[in-house]
Design a protein around this ligand. Structure first.
Ligand SMILES: Cc1cc2nc3c(=O)[nH]c(=O)nc-3n(C[C@H](O)[C@H](O)[C@H](O)COP(=O)(O)OP(=O)(O)OC[C@H]3O[C@@H](n4cnc5c(N)ncnc54)[C@H](O)[C@@H]3O)c2cc1C
Length: 436
């Protein structure tokens, strides 16, 4: 078999593009196969439906250059422009069925303090700079419910804890492993408040502008609408076949697709049980992130709590008094993330006078190329999943934010880091074979 490329990369999100670019930087020949009609995967910005002058960011958008070194490096290399969030001046909370100026009733203040302290203290067992699966933290791979059980919290505080987990995971909070949430708190400098104030920068025009710059600069060869159906390894080389029967032969392969759709690719030889046992069923992350153009809410506002949507974050304020807000909800929050009426009812739980003028959203959960948002594990699965997926299968290396073994897993930072790591693994493999 004659390989056409040093590497074939499957999936043109941040992980796949970073891996491909790193390999091109090293003088390797690379082709990227992407199933969709665009690059960027779970980062996706487009003109807001009906309001073309507004950019709706329907997937990943917030970053922090100080906390996220891989993102910072790319921004500096390509000179990306960022915009800082407007600082919050008005916060409103919803807990125990009630809108509040303070998160919980006075009688539960001590409970609130205890749960925040518990999250902070336990997160200190996680070293931010080390691989998660190399740390002795398997005992933290437990349900959120078990995590707070010893605290005996009051109802409003318990609801706010679950709202935090649901906002971060986009999943039914009692069902998920709390390990990822704790690792994230470690990433925020061991501060649970990081969920509210750590990631405050966005790319002007959306995160895809960075990817466009990477592709332009590196001259990457990307084939859109090439859905990979199979990856066959024979005699140490890889044949990748698309659903239209196009084939690419390469010395190595980086598979950088969301883990919920990995099972749509047939591997020969089959993936070992350590990996396949995690891939037969979906992970739990099924968030909604509707963008909403609204009127009649307080200036510079932020809302959080156990309403249908767990958080309402300000995007932009406009001169006519309207503003763009992004809602975050778990899988049970709304039936239709593009229903103006449904979202207006959800926003009014926090702001009773609000008018939702228009909405835009992408339903990642029903999109067959994603089948969910970002990987959220069941209790007892997070730790072992990371260990298993970061082991290459011969010349096939896996990548993507879902398998990033760091505190920034599930973010753009995690996708970029995972891409670097995959390119490093491919590079070592090619070097060991050819000495170059
Ligand atoms: C609603 C939402 C909000 C988010 N908010 C933030 C945020 O504010 N900040 C942040 O840092 N992160 C955020 N994220 C996460 C961030 O977007 C992701 O971590 C990151 O974009 C994932 O990159 P990736 O390369 O791992 O995967 P993806 O971007 O999903 O790329 C995988 C690619 O594989 C393609 N593919 C799938 N199957 C096949 C196949 N068979 N053949 C070929 N190609 C295939 C897909 O089309 C896709 O383009 C958010 C994500 C979502 C969904």
């Amino acid at each position: 078999m004659n390989a056409q490329y040093d590497a074939v990369v499957v999936g043109a999100g941040f992980a796949g593009i970073t891996a491909a670019r790193d390999l091109v930087d090293q003088g390797r020949s690379v082709v990227v196969l992407e199933a969709g009609t665009r690059i960027g995967g779970r980062t996706y910005a487009r003109p807001f439906a009906g309001y073309e002058h507004i950019t709706a960011e329907l997937g990943g958008s917030w970053v922090n250059r100080e906390l996220q070194p891989a993102v910072r490096q790319e921004i500096e290399r390509y000179g990306s422009q960022l915009v800082e969030d407007l600082p919050c001046e008005n916060a409103v909370f919803f807990s125990a069925g009630q809108r509040r100026a303070f998160p919980v009733p006075a009688a539960e203040l001590a409970d609130l303090e205890r749960v925040i302290g518990h999250m902070r203290d336990v997160s200190k067992r996680i070293a931010p700079s080390q691989r998660l699966s190399s740390q002795p933290i398997r005992d933290l791979d437990i349900s959120a419910e078990d995590f707070i059980a010893p605290l005996d919290l009051g109802p409003a505080t318990r609801e706010l804890f679950y709202a935090t987990v649901a906002w971060y995971t986009g999943a039914e909070p009692t069902k998920v492993s709390v390990l990822g949430t704790l690792a994230q708190i470690a990433g925020f400098g061991h501060s649970p408040f990081g969920f509210y104030g750590a990631l405050t920068e966005r790319f002007v025009g959306g995160a895809g502008t960075l990817l466009d710059a990477i592709v332009r600069d590196s001259g990457l060869e990307i084939r859109l609408e090439h859905t990979v159906a199979s990856v066959d390894v024979r005699d140490g080389e890889v044949t990748v076949r698309t659903i239209s029967n196009d084939t690419v032969r390469a010395r190595s392969c980086v598979v950088a697709v969301p883990t919920n759709v990995l099972r749509n690719i047939a591997f020969t030889p089959s993936l070992p049980p350590e990996k396949s046992r995690f891939l037969t069923k979906n992970h739990l992350g099924r968030a909604y992130k509707p963008s909403m153009l609204v009127r009649n809410i307080p200036r510079r506002s932020f809302a959080f709590g156990s309403g249908k949507l767990q958080a309402l974050c300000l995007g932009y304020e406009y001169e006519d008094g309207s503003c763009l807000i992004m809602g975050f909800g778990d899988e049970n929050s709304v039936a239709d993330p593009t229903s103006r009426e449904e979202l207006e009812a959800a926003v009014r739980e926090y702001y009773p006078d609000a008018d939702v003028i228009a909405v835009d959203a992408h339903d990642w959960n029903s999109d067959p190329l994603f089948d969910g948002t970002y990987r959220i594990d069941r209790p007892g699965e997070a730790y072992d999943f990371l260990r298993a997926m970061n082991v290459p299968e011969g010349p096939v290396v896996f990548a993507g934010t879902d398998i990033d073994d760091s505190i920034w897993r599930i973010w753009i930072e995690g996708a970029i880091s995972s891409g670097h790591r995959a390119a490093g693994a491919v590079s070592r493999l090619l070097h060991s074979r050819t000495g170059t």
